[in-house]
Design a protein around this ligand. Structure first.
Ligand SMILES: Nc1nc2c(ncn2[C@@H]2O[C@H](COP(=O)(O)OP(=O)(O)O)[C@@H](O)[C@H]2O)c(=O)[nH]1
Ligand SMILES: [Mg+2]
Length: 314
């Protein structure tokens, strides 16, 4: 299949899933082709709503995502899932476990599932994810679910590229470290206690409620706590309703526009920083670099003046 971005975008908008997968691969890889894709899809999007699901490995995010896809499909909406795993060097398909779990949607044309990792290009997932979301937006996916692993800095950045962020915890969460909790309180729009079939979900709910009572309500929204059993679908409709309520809150209060503006601000800064960094790597090599390096080493020149000369060419 062609690698020409314009041809791929047209085909993907016609429902060609191979073309869509190709576009996402280009985005993952970064570089000139990814930028070409970005230029093509940006004007075509703007209507999709995105939901980020984050939480510790094993919390049940993939299972819950798959169940949520079922609820979204029952409402007749087209949906895409991005499983973002920075620790996985593989891409181009689903992680094995996810493929099994999401298997029930394999024959549904209204569902597109993709796992994403970057091969270490500058900016990484924090830049690739919003770009991938724009590709999915431009190809008619009304909802995009973004599953991220863990709760580190990258995950928080990735989670914040969604309109609504769902934090998935399990009963017994009360035993976990306090520091991680504070970070989660900051990003959660909706809390899910998944594996509510296990003992301790009432304690976990109480724990969450106490923490929520102590943290100031953000943007006039107090995060609801939804209990689910993702493996048998219990509570999944409640989660879908909670997401709908948050969506309406975002729209009614102008928060959606505000969040998008803030996200764009961060993204644009990150793009500029990435491109300057790439340019810096280019400058730090070659004949001129070797000459200046030798001059500094021989004390004919100081490092600051050497950098002035290099940057004069930037
Ligand atoms: N008992 C129970 N097990 C669950 C539930 N949801 C997920 N699991 C199991 O927990 C394990 C991890 O689930 P997975 O969706 O891969 O978690 P992820 O790493 O957060 O994506 C799997 O074996 C699931 O079958 C649940 O509600 N109850
Ligand atoms: Mg998973």
């Amino acid at each position: 299949m062609t690698r020409d971005p314009a041809t791929l975008v047209a085909a993907a908008r016609d429902g060609n899933r191979t073309a869509l997968a190709r576009l996402l691969s280009l985005v993952e890889r970064g570089g000139a082709e990814a930028r070409a894709v970005g230029r093509l899809v940006h004007p075509l999007g703007g209507s999709t709503r995105t939901v980020g699901l984050t939480g510790a490995p094993g919390a049940g995010k993939s299972t819950l995502t798959s169940a949520l896809v079922g609820a979204i499909r029952r409402d007749g909406l087209d949906v895409a899932v991005l499983a973002v795993d920075p620790s996985s060097p593989f891409s181009g398909g689903a992680i094995l476990g996810d493929r099994v779990r999401m298997g029930e949607h394999a024959l549904d044309d209204g569902v597109f599932i993709r796992s994403m990792a970057t091969r270490g290009h500058l900016g990484g997932l924090a830049l690739a994810t919003p770009e991938a979301i724009r590709v999915l937006d431009a190809t008619g996916h009304q909802r995009v679910l973004v599953e991220t692993v863990g709760v580190g800095q990258v995950e928080v950045e990735v989670a914040s590229s969604a309109d609504t962020t769902v934090v998935v915890v399990n009963p017994g969460w009360g035993d976990e470290v306090q520091a991680a909790k504070a970070g989660l309180m900051e990003i959660a729009d909706v809390f899910v206690i998944n594996k509510a079939d296990r003992a301790g979900s009432a304690d976990t709910r109480r724990d969450l409620e106490q923490m929520l009572a102590l943290s100031p309500a953000r943007d006039g929204w107090s995060p609801p706590i939804v209990e689910t059993v993702a493996v048998d679908g219990r509570g999944v409709d409640d989660l879908w309703s909670a997401l709908g309520e948050h969506e309406r809150h975002l729209e009614a209060t102008g928060l959606l526009e505000r969040r998008r503006a803030e996200r764009l601000d961060r993204e644009l800064r990150a793009i500029v920083a990435e491109r300057l960094h790439a340019r810096a790597l280019e400058l730090c090599g070659g004949d001129e670099w070797d000459r200046l390096h030798a001059d500094v080493l021989a004390r004919r020149l100081d490092p600051w003046s050497a950098s002035d000369r290099l940057l004069a060419e930037a």
